[in-house]
Design a protein around this ligand. Structure first.
Ligand SMILES: Nc1ncnc2c1ncn2[C@@H]1O[C@H](COP(=O)(O)OP(=O)(O)OP(=O)(O)O)[C@@H](O)[C@H]1O
Length: 232
């Protein structure tokens, strides 16, 4: 199967620093590819470069087409969805209003959203700013699922969440990934272990390791040296 995303020689300079220095990896057309690395390694910058949010050199092929330099909104329209790390819900609007604002197609898939997130249906009239962090993350994921997607880019969805909520978010992401491939930035290795098929490790702006996620996580020494943590 051809990759849904091919990134080759991706290079980004920001604020006088060479942040990405030739990042190369593929994303399989099914399942979860985890993008890993220590703080500041360049994971978020990689997602933003793929989306055309920062100037980049190199090649990004999405579904076989070179897309670097294309406008972000065109990529989103073509099914490249982004769930940013800061969730970006409209705090003063209700859950239902947050979802309605995200609709891009005449027939948004509320059936899917309500199936995956029954709690959001129950909380439709609640202001998003009063939701817990985990519930806000659910809104952020639900928003993109209303529209047809071919690839989701999800940035640290479990960051700052309590363990039970991390597990709930991971379960939902697993169900999402059964329908649409996901490129997932994630620091929680238990979540990576549960979800990821492939792993890409970025270190100081370069790919330091790529391969099957279970191979990486099964090698405690490599995991420790690349990510600074032991087995979870
Ligand atoms: N606009 C910018 N101008 C200058 N430097 C930047 C800019 N954006 C990011 N950087 C720097 O680029 C490096 C990579 O940042 P990035 O957010 O991609 O890392 P990350 O791997 O996602 O880290 P974390 O896990 O901490 O979120 C960091 O050193 C960061 O300070």
């Amino acid at each position: 199967m051809n990759p849904i995303l091919r990134v080759a020689g991706l290079s980004v300079r920001l604020g006088g620093s060479h942040i990405l220095q030739g990042v190369t990896f593929d994303v399989a057309p099914a399942g979860v590819t985890a993008l890993l690395g220590r703080n500041g390694a360049g994971k978020t910058t990689t997602l933003r470069a793929i989306l055309g949010e920062v100037p980049a050199r190199g090649t990004v092929e999405y579904d076989g087409r070179a897309v670097l330099g294309r406008a972000t909104h065109r990529l989103v329209r073509d099914g490249l969805a982004y769930v940013p790390e800061d969730r970006c819900v409209f705090a003063g609007l209700t859950v239902a209003e947050n979802l309605r604002l995200a609709e891009r197609v005449p027939d948004p898939d509320y059936a899917l959203v309500h199936e995956l997130f029954p709690e959001l249906k129950a909380r439709a009239a609640q202001r998003a700013g009063t939701l817990s962090g985990g519930q806000q993350q659910m809104v952020a994921i639900a928003r993109v699922l209303l529209n047809p997607n071919r690839l989701l880019l999800v940035d640290e969805p479990t960051k700052g969440l309590a363990p039970a909520v991390v597990s709930a978010v991971a379960t939902v992401l697993g169900r999402v990934a059964a329908r649409v491939p996901v490129l997932l930035v994630e620091q929680n290795l238990a979540v990576v272990r549960k979800l990821a098929d492939d792993a890409v490790v970025i270190e100081a702006g370069r790919v330091a390791w790529r391969g099957p996620a279970d191979e990486l996580l099964g090698d405690n020494e490599t995991t420790r040296s690349l990510l600074g943590v032991g087995r979870h």
